[in-house]
Design a protein around this ligand. Sequence first.
Ligand code: SAH
Ligand code: SF4
Ligand code: F3S
Length: 481
Amino acid sequence: MQNDLLMDKIDLNTIPPEDETGRQYYFMAKAKAHVEQFAEQLGHVPTCCVTTFGCQMNARDSEKLVGILQKVGFEVTESEKSDFVIFNTCTVRDNANQKPHGPLGKSNGYKRRNPLMQIALCGCMMQEPSVIEKIRKSYSFVNLIFGTHNIFKFAELLCRMFEADGMIVDIWKDTEQIVEDLPVERKYRFKSGINIMFGCNNFCSYCIVPYVRGRERSRSAEEIIKEIENLVADGVVEVMLLGQNVNSYGKNLENPISFAELLRRVEKIEGLERIRFMTSHPKDLSDELIQVMKESKKICRHLHLPLQSGSTRILTAMNRRYTKEQYVDLALKIRREIPDIAITTDLIVGFPGETPEDVEETIDVVRKVKYDNAFTFIYSKRTGTPAASMENQVPEEQVKVCFDKLLKVVQETAKEQVSKYEGQIMDALIEEVNENDSTMVTGRLSNNTIVHVPGDVSMIGKILPVSLDTCHGFYYIGHCV
Ligand code: SAH
Ligand code: SF4
Ligand code: F3S
């Protein structure tokens, strides 16, 4: 708010302020002038559209982009025919990598019809030099490319885009900076993601994230609490604390604090009803965290605890730093301490050197832990990661057979777990009108299970008791009581 008022008073004839937040507000004021000019050229208020690929981190980043776009005068739409389109990309697996190509090709067509149209690319894929090379060659119609480390400079980059003739490419290798207090436009009024940390130091041998998101950096607890308090004042009842490994939160802060301690502080925020977090690396999950979850009235009964593989041999090659037994002991301890918790996971099939016997070990863990849901991925070779140069890549046919077998067990256990609550009454946060039936609304239980109930738009954002009448595999049909 304060910054908003400041923006109108910014004198663009002076040099930009030195503090980064102030500097970006200066460039927002400047970009606003550019957008006004753009509107004159177009003959209407310029429209924009941000398309997001990948994880919750990218979704949150896109909310930051939209916040700035609105502030500088764009009308935000969902149409990829808009006057300015941005693709926020992901590169975690090869199929994620392929996704932007189709829409990007289409934008080229739209741009031929609307030559003033501007196109930008950002996100994790842009941190790969080979990708930039390819875009320069094959997609020369793109106006702006930036990466994950300089996204806080978006306002400044927008100005450069409007001032330049050709393609602007600005990619940083890394950053130490965390810039606070820039505008954000939430997708949902009643819930929000919050970055509590950026980057990752784990270097799992298959994973590209540490290379494209940089080293781990935590935000201060004070900044996080302040942001959540502001969100709650603005109508948010549920927050999702985001980090690649939230269990190592706070270790690199000047005054180190544990993730469990951060949760204790978040819990105290009045008006906040639900707390979620993602993702927990099993190697760093403390007893203190289990205790805090157990005692909490607000932390949701859901833990995403990625296993990746149930074979200790493969886990070692993956650099996960836990054994099958350690993982199973941990998961069962959590189930003992918090009996109503839902545990979900990520699994990879086809890591180099994996045999069908290794996959049997993974299946064994699925049976023991009884996941409430699991994302099962086929290993995807990411250039630059240690696993990419391992010799014994697994034949496609074996991967397919093992994947199907694992998926079947995952679906069986998930169905069994989810259906446990049939007939019970639980609280659901109503999130949206049902896509297929406008007389129904869709809610989410604390344990992350979806329930559809008769209702209308007035219920959105409320936490209501619902009866879980019938389980349909992964979701319930119920009614409000
Ligand atoms: N930080 C999170 C995971 C982020 S990536 C964690 O450690 O749990 C999300 C998931 O994508 C991972 O859990 C993993 O299962 C999957 N993944 C990452 N790299 C992959 C690759 N090269 N091939 C297949 N799946 C991959
Ligand atoms: Fe990737 Fe491992 Fe970091 Fe998760 S913890 S982002 S899987 S390197
Ligand atoms: Fe993808 Fe980047 Fe997230 S690679 S999964 S968008 S951190």
